[in-house]
Design a protein around this ligand. Structure first.
Ligand SMILES: *[C@@H]1O[C@H](CO)[C@@H](O)[C@H](O)[C@H]1NC(C)=O
Length: 322
């Protein structure tokens, strides 16, 4: 092996030793940026690693401090060491034995920006500040508008689901969601969507009636700390297309046709009889003249008879057309 190759080999060995013993073992994963609502709480997800075997919780001391100054402590199990502005506002949620350094900051203030870094002290081993992986908080004054999902048009009598949701950073006190249709039960779901963000959603199911059309459905979200946001949407309810809308007109048309048919049947029979009568001997003209003679004698027109005659003729004609 040449001197150069030997040097390269040694360098590689050193690299392996350093990376396993030092940089790899003292490692922390902290969410770098989180947007948090002022007055609410924020939970900073954090996991870390230390060299050697796993230790019980009590053998590890956890500290959170600002990136600028290691002495500006925002979390310490000894409360007297914590900055006044953070006293009573920070809680370690993670179990240290499980290498979990998750921190909760309560009552977020508009200057809680950080960056904040985790520091682990293991008396039997070492102390380590993970100043490479710190979290920056972006406090916001106003919550986002809720998201509302619904169908564009609702159908009368058909059960419909609405979803109102929002994101937050405070799983220990998730926001509450209320609907203007408060007489209906809503199903609430709060889930972790990663990166320190949680999503709370409420599903409202109700069966609209026609009177609900053009009314407003409101979803209000109340955040821990007192802030709230709201969204309103108009409802459009379509009238139910039931089968009677088709059956009734069809029945009317069929009924009329049937009645007309029956009338035609009887009328044409009568008409046939009269034709037969006319054909058997007395011609139409002689009959007509006899009728008019009789009328003249009585000196009044036989209206009833004439009317009946003309109506029968008209009906028979239209029956033929039909
Ligand atoms: C760390 O602890 C928090 C709070 O108990 C928990 O929500 C989270 O899931 C834990 N993370 C891991 C990686 O176990």
């Amino acid at each position: 092996m040449s001197a150069r190759k030997r040097l390269l080999f040694r360098w590689l060995c050193l690299q392996v030793i350093f990376s396993t013993v030092f940089s790899k073992d003292w490692e922390a994963e902290v969410e770098p940026k989180i947007k948090a609502l002022v007055k609410s709480c924020v939970v900073v997800p954090c996991t870390f690693n230390y060299p050697g075997t796993q230790l019980p919780d009590s053998r590890i001391r956890a500290i959170w401090h600002t990136q600028k100054k290691g002495d500006d402590i925002i979390y310490h199990e000894d409360r007297t060491k914590v900055l006044d502005s953070f006293k009573g506002r920070t809680t370690l949620l993670g179990r240290l034995g499980q290498k979990n350094c998750t921190l909760e900051i309560d009552g977020v203030r508009d200057h809680d920006n950080g960056p904040f870094c985790f520091r682990a002290e293991i008396p039997t081993l070492d102390k380590y500040s993970f100043t490479e992986s710190c979290v920056t908080i972006f406090p916001t004054e106003d919550p986002d508008k809720p998201n509302l999902e619904k169908k564009e048009f609702l159908e009368e009598g058909v059960s419909t689901s609405f979803k109102c949701s929002t994101r937050h950073t405070c799983p220990s006190h998730p926001p509450t969601i209320t609907w203007s249709f408060s007489n209906n039960e809503a199903i609430v779901n709060n889930r972790d969507i990663g990166h320190g963000i949680w999503e709370v959603e409420s599903f409202l199911t109700f069966t609209p009636s026609e009177k609900d059309t053009h009314t407003e459905l409101t979803c209000t979200i109340n955040f821990y700390g007192g802030k709230h946001s709201t969204i309103q949407t108009p409802l459009y309810v379509k009238r139910k297309e039931n089968i009677f809308h088709i059956i009734i007109p069809v029945a009317v048309v069929l009924g009329t046709a049937l009645l007309f048919g029956v009338m035609c049947f009887f009328m044409s029979r009568k008409y046939k009889q009269q034709i037969q009568e006319l054909q058997s001997g007395n011609g139409i003209w002689s009959r007509m003249s006899r009728m008019s003679q009789r009328n003249r004698q009585r000196n009044q027109p036989d209206l009833n008879m004439a009317n009946l005659w003309s109506w029968t003729a008209a009906l028979a004609f239209s029956c033929k057309m039909f």
